[in-house]
Design a protein around this ligand. Structure first.
Ligand code: HEM
Length: 403
């Protein structure tokens, strides 16, 4: 059992759910009022720590005494689905691995994610954004912004990152979307189809290289015998799983937040150059990833609390992003500020490796939408917009818009 040195607080259930899909619950105010750490109860009845203080969240994300390994006892899965996902092999590279193995895995990938390499992808991502908006405009209103824009842009961007040939991309889109199907059988089929596809693609690229992350790793690792084809396919799948749905939901929830704050949408329309900084505010305000799971490897003293070895720790990134330690008026949505040190991409050794790609996609999306669809608005009342929640993130299933 834990032994809080400060006054023990009442144990609440977690996750707490959102009142409004595009921003974290105001219920976090009560947690923050209790102090930077609270005790919460998970779906399976287990009690773990929830860290809502901004400084404490950063400190723990950078602390080697906590582990990301979901196979360790005490690791806090946020839902039964998440606990199952952790048994699929998804967490075998990077996202479930501690240093020193993690350090070696990540070092291998870093050159393919450099700022220079990401900037080289900009024109291709701009084309993807333009084509999707052209298609929506050509078809005319109303449209579903999730299916027409928010999902395909990140899916195609991951194709560009990996080096999926242009001619394969149309066939790729269906299975890539299927990975996130709520029906586990359909998601499993998509996983099998994509694993097979990547296996064939890697073989083809070995003799006929192109440009992309897969080509980098074939040249630098596979040919040298330091990475197997199967391992490379696992990295490709991780990029799809980690990079697609996340970015898609920040695009759709960010757009919803802007449409619900027409003054902020108007600012972006009037000055498209605000988009670069606005991405940081959108990431903070939407706070897609509610909490980041870790388990303590050793006893840790932090801000008057004693976390014991083996206890689960949830880093409440969404709560921390609404801390006055990050921005002076956290409840305001203000696209003219740029709070770059939000925890939307995490922090520490596991901080999102795709963040510079995501930033480019988000910037180009939030630059283009107000420019090319200046009269964009919801086609249904906001309270009819449906969401689904899996583990640490809220998703928009559709976003009906008109213009
Ligand atoms: C707006 C979109 C995105 C959000 C909100 C997001 C969020 C995050 C967060 C919070 C983490 C840290 C997880 C942890 O510490 O446990 C993370 C890690 C990661 N992200 Fe992202 N991400 C986004 C886009 C992407 C993209 C585009 C890619 C790749 C194409 C990507 C690939 C990864 C990978 C591979 C990791 C694991 C890194 C490691 O463990 O070293 N993400 N992401």
């Amino acid at each position: 059992m834990s032994t809080p040195l400060a006054t023990p607080d009442e144990t609440r259930d977690f996750p707490i759910g959102r009142q409004c899909p595009y921003r974290p619950s105001t219920g976090y105010d009560a947690f923050r009022a209790d102090g930077p750490l609270s005790r919460v109860r998970l779906y399976d009845g287990r009690e773990v720590w929830l860290v809502t203080g901004y400084a404490e969240a950063r400190a723990l994300l950078a602390d080697r005494r906590v582990s990301i390994n979901p196979r360790l006892d005490g690791f806090p899965a946020l839902s039964a689905e998440m606990a199952e996902l952790e048994g699929t092999g998804y967490t075998d590279v990077l996202i479930g691995v501690d240093p020193p193995l993690h350090t070696r895995q990540r070092a291998m990938l870093i050159p393919s994610f450099s700022v220079r390499r990401m900037n080289a992808l900009r024109p291709a991502i701009q084309d993807i954004v333009d084509q999707r908006i052209d298609a929506m405009l050509a078809a005319g209103p109303p449209a579903d912004l999730v299916a027409g824009f928010a999902l395909p842009v990140p899916s195609m961007a991951v194709c560009v990152l990996l080096g999926v040939p242009y001619e394969d991309r149309a066939a790729f889109e269906g299975p890539a979307r299927g990975l996130f199907d709520p029906d586990p059988d359909r998601a499993g089929e998509a996983m099998t189809a994509l694993t097979e596809y990547f296996g064939q693609l890697v073989r083809a690229k070995e003799t006929n290289p192109g440009t992309g992350l897969l080509d980098d790793l074939i040249a630098e690792q596979v040919h040298k015998g330091t990475l197997s084809r199967d391992e490379l396919v696992r990295y490709a799948m991780l990029m799809l799983i980690a990079g697609q749905d996340t970015t898609a939901n920040v695009i759709s929830l960010g757009t919803l937040a802007l449409l619900e704050h027409p003054d902020q949408f108007a600012k972006l329309r009037a000055d498209p150059d605000l988009a670069t900084g606005a991405v940081e505010e959108i990431m903070r305000y939407v706070s897609l990833i509610e909490a980041i799971s870790r388990v303590a490897l050793e006893d840790i003293e932090i801000s008057g609390h004693h976390i014991k070895a083996g206890e689960g720790v949830l880093i409440g990134a969404a709560a921390a992003n609404f801390s006055p330690a990050l921005v002076p008026t956290p409840d305001a949505f203000d696209v003219t500020r740029s709070p770059r040190h939000h925890l939307g991409f995490g922090f520490g050794v596991h901080q999102c490796i795709g963040q510079n790609l995501a930033r480019i996609e988000l910037e180009l999306a939030f630059r283009a939408l107000p420019q090319r669809m200046p009269n964009l608005r919801l086609a249904v009342p906001a309270d009819e917009i449906r969401t689904s929640v899996t583990g640490p993130m809220e998703r928009l299933t559709t976003l009906p818009v008109t213009w």
